[in-house]
Design a protein around this ligand. Structure first.
Ligand SMILES: Cc1cc2nc3c(=O)[nH]c(=O)nc-3n(C[C@H](O)[C@H](O)[C@H](O)COP(=O)(O)O)c2cc1C
Ligand code: SF4
Length: 738
């Protein structure tokens, strides 16, 4: 066996886990509006159980939704009517050998519901736009903030009861354990926090007082459910904010919880005040939080779970073998690939789709947008449409034009389904816009997805034609064409010498021109001397990544955008790190080399004129200023639609996806490419929206495909008719032979 420690059993309280892989709690926000378990919840968790995680902790579930629900469609367990649904959920995981728990969470100050009169440990106003992961985002959240009201003692005692009642329902439903969410600044965490709890009564101040509420909940659960029912607690080992918890207290909490009879501790990190540590974006290296488990394991005997950016079975095996932890916790990794454990078990490590920590699908497009869970690189995550993915008996010839994520994903799914796919890419490398992003220091994980999908396409023997821009005539030979030509930069109308403006694609050319990824068909643009002053004109991903790339190699960067808010479409926690880096600092835990110069951002401003060694800028009040610059780079992008329009004019069956529709993030590109692959079928019916529709009812298909007056006789029926009555031969031939 390749990973003996990963796949060894462990006793946790009175339950035996078959292996050391824990799906740490992840609010998939997929339940019904009232908090009832949905089919999506069941399907999602069942897939993770099928994948082989030994222990699955279902994410944040509200013990008392009236005063706090973490997301608008999180699970709820505040009434007995939720027990049957929870029982089906537990059963869906037990069926595949997983043990399971529910995490109970009162979100407190970070409630999505209610939006007003929110309970907390302390009276205060919260102004954290990224905590909107669990709140409704107001356009003016920054200015407005959210008023929090300190819970009264009576309310605290009432909540202790609600927690224990909910735990009893979890047990009643057949779950093996319950976990308390005391991390990330939610209610129990806020009470425990030296930084956030400003109470002066017996629930605030000293360590003992701050622990009083969570310990009362543990005690009440044990009384209600019996001491043999395992209770786990998840807490932020360090809080990484001013005045927040540090290592010593992190260890002490584990000791206290062990003393209180808890079955295990589940260590997390950070608060909403330090979102980098809590929801580690891609800048955080694998294993950065392992030190916490190592420290706690020296102090307690109960099992310890560590999590945060664990992605590789080899690394997980190593820390288990070294005794640094008892269990490895994977949250997002099992969204990106729920089959991680079984792939590791079969030694198919290369087949694992490693989570790239982009937070684009699971955070930005899901919880932040009050929607159900999704993943940027796993289109099947939270998308029931993929449940019935079938192989075709009647392949069609598909041309995919463009080797970016949308095109590659379309090619992958179409090919898995048995269609004959040819992928054209005009450059010498696959990746589209992603090949620029993975040059940005700290964003190298993007390459993981590129490596993975490139290998999948090779394994599937997709016919890949690099350095090949197909003509309309060539494409006419295919049954259907996917236009995934992406977007490209352009220069908006401007006075002066516009030819001086460099496309961001050239400014981002990789210095390692000769590596396997850059086989020589991009030129390295010499962009001024070492500390040249570069003006980036534009916004969104192109501006963000180009700025980080150039600032890191010593350029003085000024970004000019016409938009009111810079990078409004960029995922908020990445933006949080980026803003710190622009200011020559870094997010918590990280220690990157500071940029030699800060990056300046000018919003609501445009470039009015390009002069010799300078530009004239104009702001929203028509005020003009002159700025000396060495180079100007455009980061304005728009879809490349030339081929698409030509194909449509030539009557070729073509569908458009990804940035060629509108420049957006990876999530949209992958989803649209994958849906094209999923929709393909041999009938190739295009609806009036220009989209392929599959699985039409057979009577409707017949009505669309039969010529008027033509009989619709299948081949087999014709044969049977011929056998019965040879003279019927000509009649059978009258059928369309299908
Ligand atoms: C979409 C999403 C939902 C999450 N929901 C929860 C939750 O319900 N409870 C919790 O304790 N942590 C939650 N987390 C934090 C994760 O459990 C985990 O600690 C964090 O994502 C880092 O670990 P990872 O790199 O394995 O994802 C959530 C994270 C994400 C991205
Ligand atoms: S959306 Fe990004 S961070 Fe979230 S699970 Fe998918 S790859 Fe990981």
């Amino acid at each position: 066996m390749d990973f003996p420690h990963l796949f060894s059993p462990l006793q946790l309280g009175n339950i035996e886990l078959a292996n050391r892989i824990v799906h740490v709690p992840t609010d998939v926000s997929s339940s019904h509006a009232d908090g009832e378990v949905s089919e999506r919840d069941i399907h999602h968790h069942a897939e993770i159980a099928k994948g082989g995680a030994g222990f699955i902790i279902v994410g944040a579930t509200a013990p008392y939704a009236k005063t706090g629900r973490p997301t608008v469609t999180s699970l709820v367990a505040d009434g007995d009517n939720y027990i049957p649904g929870l029982a089906r959920l537990a059963e869906s995981m037990h069926r595949y050998g997983a043990k399971c728990a529910v995490q109970l969470q009162h979100p407190g100050r970070q409630s999505a519901i209610p939006r007003y009169n929110t309970l907390g440990a302390t009276d205060r106003v919260l102004k954290l736009p990224w905590s909107a992961g669990h709140e409704i985002i107001y356009e003016n959240a920054e200015e407005k903030g959210k008023e929090i009201r300190a819970a009264t003692v009576a309310e605290i005692l009432e909540l202790v009861d609600y927690f224990s009642e909910a735990a009893w329902r979890v047990k009643q439903a057949g779950f093996d354990a319950v976990e308390l969410h005391a991390a990330h600044g939610y209610l129990l965490s806020e009470f425990m926090s030296p930084a956030l709890n400003m109470r002066t009564d017996r629930f605030g101040g000293s360590f003992e007082n701050r622990m009083r509420f969570p310990l009362a909940v543990v005690d009440a659960i044990q009384k209600k459910c019996g001491k043999s029912f395992p209770v786990l607690v998840r807490y932020s080992f360090e809080e990484w904010c001013a005045g927040g918890r540090e290592l010593d207290e992190g260890v002490e909490i584990a000791r206290v919880l062990e003393g209180a009879g808890c079955a295990a501790v589940d260590l997390s990190q950070g608060m909403q005040e330090s979102p980098g540590a809590g929801f580690d974006p891609m800048y955080y290296p694998q294993g950065w939080a392992t030190y916490a488990a190592e420290a706690v394991k020296k102090a307690v005997k109960i099992p310890v779970i560590t999590a945060h950016s664990l992605r590789e079975p080899e690394y997980c095996e190593q820390i288990l073998a070294e005794g640094k932890t008892d269990l490895v916790g994977l949250s997002r990794q099992l969204l990106a690939d729920p089959y991680w454990p079984v792939k590791a078990r079969y030694g198919k490590v290369r087949a694992i789709r490693k989570c790239i920590s982009c937070l684009g699908g699971c955070w930005q497009e899901s919880l932040m947008a009050a929607k159900e869970i999704a993943c940027s690189i796993n289109p099947a995550c939270g998308n029931a449409a993929f449940d019935d993915m079938k192989r075709t008996e009647n392949p069609v010839r598909v041309a995919v034009v463009g080797g970016g994520p949308a095109g590659m994903e379309a090619a992958r799914i179409a090919s898995e389904r048995g269609h004959l796919v040819t992928l054209f890419e005009r450059s010498g490398e696959l990746g589209g816009a992603m090949k620029y992003v993975c040059l940005v220091p700290g964003k190298e994980k993007m390459r993981w997805y590129l490596d993975w999908i490139r290998e999948q396409l090779l394994d599937l023997h997709v016919d890949m034609r690099l350095r090949h821009a197909p003509t309309v005539d060539e494409l006419k030979k295919f049954d259907v064409v996917l236009n995934a030509t992406g977007a490209a930069s352009y220069v908006p109308p401007v006075q002066g010498d516009a030819s001086r403006v460099i496309p961001f694609e050239e400014a981002m050319a990789c210095p390692k021109i000769a590596c396997e990824w850059h086989p020589g068909d991009r030129t390295l643009h010499k962009i001024g001397d070492k500390s040249a002053h570069i003006l980036l004109w534009g916004d969104h991903y192109a501006a963000v990544d180009t700025a980080a790339f150039l600032a890191n190699i010593g350029k003085q960067v000024t970004i000019v955008t016409e938009n009111k808010d810079f990078a409004a479409e960029v995922e908020v926690i990445h933006l949080y790190v980026l803003r710190k880096r622009f200011a020559q600092a870094d997010a918590e835990v990280l220690h990157s080399r500071p940029y030699p110069h800060p990056v300046t951002v000018l919003t609501s401003t445009t470039v009015a004129e390009i002069g010799d060694g300078e530009v004239v800028l104009q702001d929203k009040d028509f005020q003009r200023t002159t700025l000396p610059v060495d180079e100007i780079v455009t980061c304005h992008t728009r879809p490349e639609l030339g081929l698409f329009e030509e194909l449509k004019a030539a009557g070729v069956r073509v569908w458009n996806v990804g940035d060629a529709v509108r420049p957006r993030n990876l999530y949209h590109a992958v989803k649209e490419g994958a849906l094209f692959g999923l929709n393909l079928d041999e009938h190739l019916v295009f609806n009036p929206n220009g989209a392929i529709v599959n699985d039409l009812p057979i009577d409707v298909l017949g009505q669309l495909e039969r010529e008027e007056g033509e009989s619709y006789t299948t081949k087999r029926i014709a044969e049977l008719m011929a056998e019965l009555e040879p003279a019927a031969g000509p009649a059978a031939k009258a059928g369309n032979g299908r």
